[in-house]
Design a binder for this molecule. Structure first.
Ligand SMILES: *[C@@H]1O[C@H](CO)[C@@H](O)[C@H](O)[C@H]1NC(C)=O
Ligand SMILES: *[C@@H]1O[C@H](CO)[C@@H](O)[C@H](O)[C@H]1NC(C)=O
Ligand SMILES: *[C@@H]1O[C@H](CO)[C@@H](O)[C@H](O)[C@H]1NC(C)=O
Ligand SMILES: *[C@@H]1O[C@H](CO)[C@@H](O)[C@H](O)[C@H]1NC(C)=O
Ligand SMILES: *[C@@H]1O[C@H](CO)[C@@H](O)[C@H](O)[C@H]1NC(C)=O
Length: 618
């Protein structure tokens, strides 16, 4: 009796499968990823019931269960989970007894990649302090701005970063900032040494770990998000925990050895990389600084199986001459963001069968995507399941102002399939946006209200994405007032303000231009000179070196008699961006920053050609 029905059920299933493959070819991948996310959600809830809630809890959980597992491998040191636990206890005790730090205090950390970055950070977490990560490329003047904006009263400086603060020590003292140097000796009596104290302290557990509210703030990470100087984005505990799942969702396991070369002061390395490693209980090989010549050698030496990348890194590796290790390594997975399809294909061809997991994420909010299919190019999927776990919308925008377009009734419009739109995501408990510290105006600018109905609130990412007819999502551009160069955000207003300080410049308009063979956009400035003044390239160069990190320098200048403005008196960037630095399309004088001459030189057709063809590298 059971024969025929079973048969027809089977046939029906087969037909369904066949139909699914034709109509929904990515159904299984979408479903698997969705289930993985759901199962992660379940694991999280189960762990929370056992009291493992925060980033720190997750670390303590590994320290307890895998104490002897190597956690951080750095140069010739290996620290196990227990080693880091005990050393961070020492840091916590030193900060408490010598620095009188307590729960709720805000501490700025200015350190490059080294194990003590993690030990000091975890130590501060154990006291319940909120830590603000500072970019080590920062210039002294911005440093003061950063302290003021996040409200830090204490600064912890790595031994190799001390020169960055020397210039502003008197200002720091005036503000009553405590400055701690992660070293045994100090160049100035205004700076207290920390390591001698740390080494005297007990490594025993702290008896009174703070209780934290999962909806509260965990970290400050500086982004040059949209306008002005960099802003301190609040990163909540929830966001940190969600980030820790990244490597797991990419398919990494506790047996993996994960190579982190990105700077720890960015979220990618500290939350996705180190956090991802902690979540898995895996080993992290930490590098002081990315080096294209050492990359594959390190991978072979340490048996690395997973690497974390940003697009620029892949291109540097690709541009580097062949080393034998690039064929003998055992890297099976690369996880990161910003890899362009052309580099991607060549990368896989040259460096072997490495699975690439391209993701998209932001510091400020939890909205993120992960490419989990074998398609080259997209950053993720916009499937039904995907939207179920992480709702988002792409909105039609005004190409002049980049603002979402509103109908007569004041509502936004969804972008069509195949049309680029601004990515926005509803704010929920899972997609928190805690705002920028001390910057109500900028925080409010990122909140888009009344999008589809009165009272709804969305986070505006300022990124243009495209959703194609197969439900793939592609990254198109970062709009608004920043562009990316060398893996960093450049704030156009900050560069504008710096150029505006020069006495021969009346007005500037900063934007980024694309150059074949380079990720991101190189800085370009359209400038109007003051009457009776001429362009002083040498002085401009000296001024840039003093005031801005190299990635923010304008490499091209375009001298105009007046700046174009839109009807709303916003600076007209679109046309300038399109005309780029091609001397054939404009009558305006163009200049190129020749670092070897420390000056701006006229951009001739020949020079243009050498830059576009890659003969001159930026
Ligand atoms: C200290 O904490 C670690 C990690 O939570 C744990 O494994 C260890 O047993 C604790 N040690 C003592 C003496 O309580
Ligand atoms: C290994 O580390 C020690 C300090 O712990 C240092 O003195 C030594 O130079 C290092 N050796 C190498 C080969 O890096
Ligand atoms: C760049 O800006 C975006 C948007 O503000 C932010 O989410 C991201 O973390 C920033 N990246 C870096 C490297 O600062
Ligand atoms: C790497 O793997 C090889 C072979 O499995 C092993 O002999 C070697 O000790 C490993 N090296 C490290 C640094 O773990
Ligand atoms: C997605 O991942 C696969 C590997 O699993 C890779 O081949 C493909 O190029 C990726 N696409 C993008 C753009 O992430």
């Amino acid at each position: 009796m059971s024969g025929p029905p079973a048969c027809s059920v089977l046939a029906g299933l087969l037909a369904l499968l066949l139909y699914q493959r034709v109509a929904f070819p990515f159904f299984w991948e979408d479903l698997t990823y969705y289930l993985k996310l759901r199962s992660y959600g379940k694991t999280l809830r189960a762990r929370m019931q056992r009291g493992i809630v925060t980033y720190l809890d997750s670390f303590l959980h590994q320290a307890k269960n895998n104490p002897n597992k190597p956690f951080i491998v750095f140069e010739n040191q290996t620290l196990t989970y227990r080693d880091v636990d005990r050393r961070s206890n020492r840091f916590a005790n030193a900060f408490r007894t010598e620095g009188s730090l307590k729960q709720g205090d805000i501490v700025a950390l200015l350190m490059s990649n080294e194990p003590d970055f993690i030990c000091a950070w975890l130590g501060l977490c154990k006291l319940g302090c909120e830590v603000a990560f500072l970019n080590v490329n920062i210039k002294a003047k911005s440093l003061l701005h950063c302290f003021h904006s996040c409200g830090a009263r204490t600064l912890v400086v790595g031994a190799d970063c001390v020169r960055l603060v020397e210039e502003v020590l008197p200002d720091l003292k005036k503000d009553d900032m405590a400055v701690w140097l992660v070293d045994h000796t100090s160049p100035s009596e205004q700076v207290s040494t920390l390591l001698d104290k740390v080494e005297r302290m007990s490594g025993e557990n702290l008896s009174d770990l703070p209780k934290v509210d999962i909806m509260s703030n965990f970290l400050f990470i500086f982004t040059s998000g949209t306008t002005g100087l960099s802003k301190a984005a609040r990163v909540g505990h929830m966001k940190a925990i969600v980030s820790m799942a990244f490597l797991h969702l990419c398919g990494a396991t506790s047996d993996d050895v994960i190579y982190v070369t990105l700077p720890l002061y960015h979220m990618a390395a500290s939350l996705l990389g180190i956090g991802g490693c902690i979540h898995l209980g895996a080993t992290c090989v930490l590098k002081k600084k990315f080096s294209a010549s050492q990359f594959w050698k390190d991978c072979v030496k340490h048996n690395v199986t997973v690497v974390q990348y940003i697009g620029e890194l892949c291109r540097y590796l690709f541009n580097h001459p062949v080393v034998p290790e690039e064929k003998t390594h055992r890297v099976r997975l690369a996880a990161g963001s910003g890899l362009r399809p052309d580099v991607w294909r060549e990368f896989v061809q040259r460096f072997g069968r490495i699975k690439i997991r391209e993701g998209y994420g932001l510091t400020e909010a939890s909205i993120g995507f992960l490419n989990y299919t074998d398609e080259v190019g997209p950053i993720g999927r916009a499937s039904y399941f995907n939207k179920l776990s992480m709702p988002f919308e792409l909105l039609r925008y005004d190409p002049q102002t980049y603002e979402p377009v509103r109908t007569d009734s004041g509502r936004c419009i969804r972008a069509c399939i195949g049309e680029a739109g601004v990515l926005v995501a509803p704010l929920t408990a899972m997609n928190q946006f805690l705002g920028y510290a001390g910057n109500q105006v900028q925080s409010e600018k990122k909140r888009l209200r009344g999008v589809f109905k009165a009272g709804d609130v969305y986070f505006n990412t300022g990124d243009l994405l495209l959703h194609d007819h197969r439900d793939f999502l592609y990254f198109r551009d970062r709009i608004g007032d920043t562009f990316r160069w060398k893996g960093e955000n450049v704030s156009t207003t900050e560069v504008s303000e710096v150029l505006g300080l020069l006495d021969f410049i009346q007005e500037t308009n900063i934007y980024g231009v694309t150059i074949p063979g380079h990720e991101g956009r190189a800085g370009m400035a359209a400038v109007v000179l003051k009457r009776d003044h001429r362009l002083d390239g040498t002085n401009l160069y000296i001024h840039l070196v003093k005031s801005l990190p190299a990635y923010a320098w304008p490499w091209f200048l375009r001298v105009q008699t007046s700046l174009d403005v839109t009807e709303t008196f916003k600076q007209q960037k679109m046309k300038l961006v399109q005309e780029s630095f091609n001397p054939e399309v404009t009558e305006d004088l163009l200049y190129f920053l020749d670092v070897s001459q420390k000056d701006y030189v006229p951009l001739t057709a020949c020079l243009y050609h050498d830059i576009v063809s890659g003969k001159i590298k930026l």
